[in-house]
Design a protein around this ligand. Structure first.
Ligand SMILES: CC(C)(COP(=O)(O)OP(=O)(O)OC[C@H]1O[C@@H](n2cnc3c(N)ncnc32)[C@H](O)[C@@H]1OP(=O)(O)O)[C@@H](O)C(=O)NCCC(=O)NCCS
Length: 353
């Protein structure tokens, strides 16, 4: 199954069945009633259909649009399809027969990834935060007790940092604060950024697949983001990451026109890459940017970002967003210098059993 990459908030949705494992395991069929003073129940998500979940996901789509300028409707439709197929493990919060919150997760080999958590904050309903914590407690417990699961990852982009950290911290997760940053793309043309004379920036193509995965693997060696997303540790993991970005719509729709590579002119080898997706018709999101360690501090990262920005501006995009781990100080510094503003702080969590 697909996994949330460390450089983006994409949903871990079931991916390509031929290469990615879809193995829904049995959850306890029903978890008992409510200690919250209401008829709240936490039930296995697979008792429900898209009809039950649709109002919740429509509400969530509005929240993602407001908070992140992100069109979540494609992801929501995908989630609803998986719910109908009964292959999405997770829990629903139910009050008088109505689903008003849910959380799901996916398995990928020996790893579990918490895909989403959302609770409607209605006046008639129990305290939304309490319900979120309850859903998370069930999800974490299920994953940590799943035989063969040795690692759990979560990135909760639409939740403020620390808002729901308690059940994670109490069960041995590491917390990594991350920033959601945006750059407003005005009408003005992108300032010309002189590219290093030994470096060529050209559009990304399908034939760059393998070398891109190799650059990602090398660029994240001993990097904090490789602690958050263990796909970066190996070439096959980086290929899977890439596959999810390029082929699946969980992190927006891959935008080949605003994705570029940097090449060493002499060695003719790929030394850096930027990948961008369309998360709304006029909003881009950088899902990956990296440069090989030995080529850093020559302005290549800046040139790649300028190429993406230029392509988006030409097509009247209004915003470019990205996520970055707070501890990745050099990258944060670079984005700030390029006028990206920090809009939100959210958390990534990792548990290794
Ligand atoms: C983040 C990353 C892509 C930046 O790439 P880069 O090519 O080193 O970036 P740049 O060279 O454009 O800018 C970085 C610094 O080099 C400086 N620089 C640029 N040209 C330079 C030159 N000719 N000589 C010396 N320094 C230079 C810049 O001023 C900048 O310094 P600052 O951060 O202190 O302001 C790269 O560090 C990387 O791949 N990191 C690992 C993966 C990663 O963290 N990706 C981002 C995830 S969100």
């Amino acid at each position: 199954m697909a996994v949330a990459p460390a450089c983006s908030p994409r949903l871990p949705l079931p991916g390509e069945p031929t290469t990615l494992e879809i193995l829904p395991r049995d959850l306890p069929p029903v978890l008992g009633g409510s200690p919250l003073g209401s008829p709240l129940e936490i039930l296995d998500l697979r008792h429900f259909s898209s009809v039950d979940l649709r109002p919740l996901l429509e509400d969530e789509t509005q929240v993602w649009s407001r908070l992140l300028s992100w069109d979540y409707s494609g992801s929501a439709e995908m989630i609803l399809r998986y719910i109908d197929a009964k292959i999405l493990p997770g829990y629903a919060a139910v009050d008088r027969g109505r689903v008003f919150g849910y959380s799901f997760f996916v398995y990928e080999g020996s790893k579990g990834v918490i895909g989403d958590l959302y609770v409607i904050n209605g006046t008639r309903l129990p305290n939304a935060r309490e319900v979120e914590l309850k859903l998370l407690t069930h999800v974490i417990e299920t994953l940590q007790q799943s035989p063969g699961i040795h690692r759990v990852e979560a990135q909760l982009l639409a939740h403020e940092a620390n808002a729901v950290s308690r059940p994670f911290l109490e069960t041995g997760f590491q917390r990594h604060p991350r920033l959601f940053m945006t750059l407003t793309l005005g009408k003005a043309a992108t300032e010309k950024v002189p590219t290093h004379p030994d470096v060529e920036i050209r559009p990304w193509t399908e034939s760059d697949y393998q070398p891109t995965a190799a650059v990602i693997t090398a660029a994240y060696r001993s990097h904090v983001d490789a602690q958050i997303n263990d796909q970066y540790h190996t070439l096959s993991g980086s290929l899977r990451f890439l596959n999810n970005i390029v082929r699946f719509p969980g992190c927006g729709v891959f935008d080949v026109e605003s994705s570029f590579v940097a090449l060493d002119r002499k060695a003719k080898s790929l030394i850096g890459v930027i990948l961008c997706s369309r998360v709304r018709n006029n909003v881009g999101h950088v899902t990956q940017v990296c440069v090989l360690p030995e080529y850093r501090s020559r302005g290549i990262g800046e040139s790649l970002l300028a190429a993406t920005e230029g392509s988006l501006r030409k097509r009247n995009f209004v915003l470019l967003s990205l996520t970055v781990t707070e501890a990745n100080a050099r990258a944060v510094e670079l984005y700030r210098r390029l006028n990206f503003e920090s809009k939100r702080i959210f958390d990534a969590f990792v548990w290794e059993g």
